[in-house]
Design a protein around this ligand. Sequence first.
Ligand code: ACO
Length: 322
Amino acid sequence: MKRCSKIIGTGGYLPETVRTNDDISKLVDTNDEWIFERTGIKTRRIAGPNESAASMSEIAARQAIKAAGIEAGEIDLIIVATGTPDRVYPSTACMLQHRLEIQNCVSFDIQAACSGSIFALSIADQYIKSGAADKVLVVGAELCSRLVDWTDRGTCILFGDGAGAVLLDSSDEFGILSTHIHSDGAFEDLLYCPNPQVATEENKAEKGFITMKGNEVFKVAVNTLGRIVDETLSANSLEKSDIDWLVPHQANTRIIAATARKLKMSMDQVILTLENQGNTSSASVLLALNEGVRDGRIERGQLILLEAFGAGFTWGSALIKY
Ligand code: ACO
């Protein structure tokens, strides 16, 4: 068997504060019934005033390191996917490296919005497969609550905060079978978050909030995720029935159900965290993976399909023999 990237540990962190649909209905004109029916979300977690992408990453990463049974100092590479870094620079990955007291490894952030964890896994896999790294820590961490306009009912109902982590090690046994990542920058207007401090004259009136044409994004997401399922199965000469678990990005139950239908999978084969976490952007796939591994649903040797879609547009998948 050729060298591949095996998952040796997972971790996750969710902030303590729970914000319910009823809480949000006191801020904007909405209600629990509408939100749950249209999105599948009931509650989401909101980070405390002293929490950050780096602090949440540290907790998730330490859990993954412990589960893997390795020392932090053995890690060769740290990749953090985030759209809410603590600072413009240094990267959140460098800050995490320092928090983990690792003197000598390579650390960098990547930004692919909600597809960030899949993009980071893909990069990690290339490093491991090429022999450039053995142990790679991948983290997705997001403070979506601070990018949300809490007066916009089209977006504030959707997002939550959290961090997920996975530790990969080189293996000749099994692991990531393939990753497939894509981008198309033509859809910027449908989903973006301005950065007012560095805006051009033309854009400087824009506020730094997530801006989304939800129903248009929805349609593209459903079609695109259907295509990525076909691409992934065909690249591995597999049938739909070979997949044991779908671990999707948690944006909307209706989008996830469409992908499950495409795979002819029952929703019992889908790891769903959306109801109590909302959309945690680049953290969501890793948080769901962590949940499925820790509660024993995902077992060694099973085939799991991870997928995500987000701003950019970006989208991707990872097929893993766990
Ligand atoms: N409460 C009550 N009514 C609402 C709310 C709300 N929170 N939001 C919108 N509505 C109303 C609208 O005003 C509209 O009313 P109208 O018919 O009188 O005009 C009606 O509900 C339907 O609005 P839509 O926007 O068409 O609602 P939709 O069913 O599409 O649901 C949602 C909106 C949940 C945002 C959905 O479109 C969605 O999930 N989109 C995809 C999000 C996504 O996947 N994003 C990518 C990842 S995020 C990232 O990368 C950062």
